[in-house]
Design a protein around this ligand. Sequence first.
Ligand SMILES: NC(=O)c1ccc[n+]([C@@H]2O[C@H](COP(=O)([O-])OP(=O)(O)OC[C@H]3O[C@@H](n4cnc5c(N)ncnc54)[C@H](OP(=O)(O)O)[C@@H]3O)[C@@H](O)[C@H]2O)c1
Length: 250
Amino acid sequence: MIKLTGKKVLITGGSRGIGKAVAIMCAQAGADVAFTYKKNQEQAEKVLVEINRLKRTGLAVRGDVASFTDAEHVVEQVIHHFRRVDVLVNNAGIWEYGAIHEMSPQQWQRTIDINLNGVFYFTRLVAPIMMKQKSGRIVHIASTAGQRGEAFHSHYAASKGAIISFTKSLAPELAEHNILVNCVAPGWVRTDMSARSLVEQKETILRTIPLKRAGEPEEIAGAVVFLASDLATYINGEIINVNGGSVLCG
Ligand SMILES: NC(=O)c1ccc[n+]([C@@H]2O[C@H](COP(=O)([O-])OP(=O)(O)OC[C@H]3O[C@@H](n4cnc5c(N)ncnc54)[C@H](OP(=O)(O)O)[C@@H]3O)[C@@H](O)[C@H]2O)c1
């Protein structure tokens, strides 16, 4: 039912976790998939193998999303190989501890550079391509933290809250170009990012999730692929929470 046949998808941070699940699910749906990574070339190559096994074309480009120059290089490579970008998934992000009374400006800036500026850079570079195409889908990965805040992670929550208002700004701005902009907001998901907390604070965390378990990366990818598909032609500026209901009781 969900098909992305022939679509060209670009995902930031596709070597691991949620981005990897999105990359593979997009390829399963028939898309060719380009993705970025920062350090993990070995993991990136494994994702490429999985995409190729699905008989789709994959492209992995190393780059730091916090660098506009790197983002320009990535987008150039994608256009060189794919000629177009039908779907942009702004996924790459970090989640670091930071109590406000000891957070350095550098710590604050690092999170904003990666989580927020990276989203701006890729959207800034891909939007004109989609405008020329007169079609496109942009899906940002936010977080429950961007809606209800997160103690000791205020820089993270601020970056994700900003992504939500960025989404709501661009949805009406780009609608006339047939570009739909939406957000998926995961709760706790079992990836490298959350692995330690999900062990060390297991009971506390599970108490906040009505479904009593963390999500799997594929459960986030499902919402992303839906938003990229023809089943979502009238959804614009929406924030889809995929968190086992935890926003309701957090
Ligand atoms: N996991 C959760 O519980 C959870 C909850 C809510 C929201 N989210 C959001 O979901 C997104 C993905 O998280 P995840 O859990 O899948 O994270 P993850 O397992 O830590 O994977 C992060 C991915 O982003 C890439 N990346 C990190 N920093 C980068 C940078 N500066 N430039 C380019 N790529 C970079 C990594 O590349 P390398 O492999 O090369 O390092 C990797 O592919 C993030 O935006 C996160 O905030 C996650």
